[in-house]
Design a binder for this molecule. Structure first.
Ligand code: AMP
Ligand code: MG
Length: 348
């Protein structure tokens, strides 16, 4: 298959381009499209053969369930059943938005979407291109992140092309994703509700609605109870070995600088993911400044592209710092821990 790329205005998507992409989806094809979190790789969620093509294109294990995307709040009852009363408030505040809800799966949704589980992950994206596309397709759209399995998620159409060229029918190029990291996943089939993956909607916002919401992510060590299927450790990974430092800003910077010097002296190519204000004097290292540590929105937008840029510079090792637990910090920590395959250095 030859992948076609169509440019589309992210705020005012051209109806003829949307109609063409919707036709591809309805015909069982794969369309990558921008959302506010990251680029998604979409297929008709009512068509098991189309859904199977997503797994093949991404090299994704069939045990890793997909998120289904809807265009309107009213569509929720066509993909999920037995909604708990608390779902209303999350839908009111976060549909559309970067929140994915785990609910009981409607039988009309292809079982392979959910890797055979009787639950389903549902999100209503706010991105105008995503909304227009799903609305025009007239079907719920299964859409995991548009990257090869275990690679950093794609935040631009160029990243999608890097990973999925000639594996998908169409890429809609609507510019960079606005948030840059994936949705928060909240399981409403358990009591109390549990965050399975921190993401674009901060934990603080979830707890405004459910103060006792649990966090089940074995990578954050807040609560080691359960985790979402498919949330295996190696994920979001650059090709280079990534080492993740957690501690005070001063100790993180000091350790990164020391280790970078030692690695460079040993002949290894070193990349660093840093904040703008980090004082790092590292001739010979590729230092990628992601933004100010006091502006996590900016850090999130650039995190995955920073990893991909360092890979493009063929570094052997990437040294990355933590950004705390507040707001998007928790999601950044989750992604970096997994990109590091658990190589977390505590440097308090
Ligand atoms: P992605 O769309 O690539 O960000 O991946 C979606 C993620 O959502 C999966 O890796 C799972 O961790 C999670 N997920 C999807 N469906 C379910 C479900 N029914 N129950 C729990 N987690 C889910
Ligand atoms: Mg993904």
């Amino acid at each position: 298959m030859k992948t076609r790329i169509l440019a589309i205005d992210p705020l005012h998507p051209a109806p003829d381009v949307i109609a063409e992409a919707a036709h591809v989806l309805r015909s069982g094809g794969l369309v990558a499209f921008p959302t506010e979190t990251v680029y998604g790789l979409g297929a008709n969620a009512l068509d098991p053969a189309a859904v199977a093509r997503i797994f093949a294109a991404k090299d994704r294990p069939a045990t890793n369930p997909l998120i289904v995307h809807i265009a309107e709040r009213a569509d929720l009852v066509s993909v999920a059943v037995d909604l708990p009363p608390i779902a209303d408030e999350f839908v009111r505040q976060h549909f559309p938005g970067a929140l994915t809800l785990i609910l009981k799966r409607h039988p009309r949704i292809a079982a392979n979407v959910s890797a055979g589980l009787d639950t389903i992950a549902v999100r209503m994206p706010s991105h105008p291109v995503a909304q227009a596309l799903i609305g025009a397709a007239g079907v719920p759209v299964a859409a995991p992140s548009a990257n090869r399995f275990s690679r950093p998620s794609a935040t631009t159409a160029a990243h999608v092309l890097q990973d999925l060229e000639n594996r998908v029918d169409l890429i809609l190029d609507g510019g960079a994703a606005l948030i840059g990291i994936e949705s928060t996943i909240l399981d409403l089939t358990v009591d109390p509700p549990a965050v399975l993956r921190p993401g674009g909607v901060p934990l603080e916002s979830i707890r405004q609605i459910v103060p006792n919401a649990a966090v089940h992510s074995r990578f954050l060590e807040i609560d080691s109870a359960a985790s979402a299927p498919g949330q295996m450790l190696k994920h979001y990974s650059p090709r280079a070995e990534l080492r993740f430092y957690v501690g005070t800003p001063q100790s993180m910077i000091a350790h990164i600088a020391k280790d970078a010097h030692a690695l460079i002296a040993a002949g290894r190519r070193v990349g660093v993911l840093a904040a703008d204000e980090d004082r790092l004097d590292l001739p010979g290292a590729a230092v990628m400044r992601l933004g100010s540590a006091s502006d996590l929105d900016q850090i999130a937008v650039r995190l995955f592209s920073g990893m991909r840029d360092l890979d493009a510079q063929h570094v052997d090792v990437i040294l990355a710092r933590d950004f705390g637990e507040d707001g998007l910090g928790l999601a950044l920590r989750d992604r970096l821990t997994r990109a590091a395959e658990g190589r977390v250095l505590r440097v308090e």
